[in-house]
Design a binder for this molecule. Sequence first.
Ligand code: 13P
Length: 243
Amino acid sequence: MGKIVAANWKMNLRRQSGCELASALKNDGRDCWLFPAYPHLALVHDALIGGALKLGAQDVSPEEDGAFTGDVSAEMLADAGCTLVLVGHSERRHGHGEHGATLLLKLKRALRAGLKPVYCVGETLAERKDGKAREVVTEHLATLIELAAPDRNELAAVAYEPVWAIGTGETATPEQAGEMHAFIRGELAKHGMKSLPILYGGSVKPENARDLMTQPNVDGVLVGGASLELESLRAIDDVAREM
Ligand code: 13P
């Protein structure tokens, strides 16, 4: 049935380049998930009309509409045409100090607005070296488990993104990814989320996409840098479609 390819464009691209990428992918008949920056969401949404791609935001406010300067609410994202949202990306956890209670609120706001969260987890290099990778991932997953059982079924995916592999060019080996994905699958299964897709993220490129996606519990990839170029994103998606 193919694997999932999600493109996190982070704070990159412009209206024109984002829309051109989106249109080209739509014209190819692809069904990737795209996460543009806030100012590009509505335009990319329009570029995707009639296609099978899904649109998501990179973050969401934990608050409802109101006096929260600089924030963007879940209702606004749904109104802009999003159906997905990233929650707990490591660049939010480590760059903006977002953790459990805030992330739980974000998940709840997103779900209430009808958005399906992609919830990101992953350890730092220091935590891995200390032998704490599983402990950290378990702690991150604990936030999901605080959701009411029916809400857990509304999630889009969990993304395992080891912080040491993000934007560094250093990828987890397929074995490291496979081992952690199997662990995450077991943890999710304990809480009724057995079939929730688990994506791998961290320096995914056309050259390593196949080895990563052939791991049994890797249901797809969340791609940063390599998703900014049409050719590399196409190449990764071609691999995903063969599976
Ligand atoms: P890179 O693919 O650039 O390492 O980014 C991964 C990521 O953070 C996707 O969310």
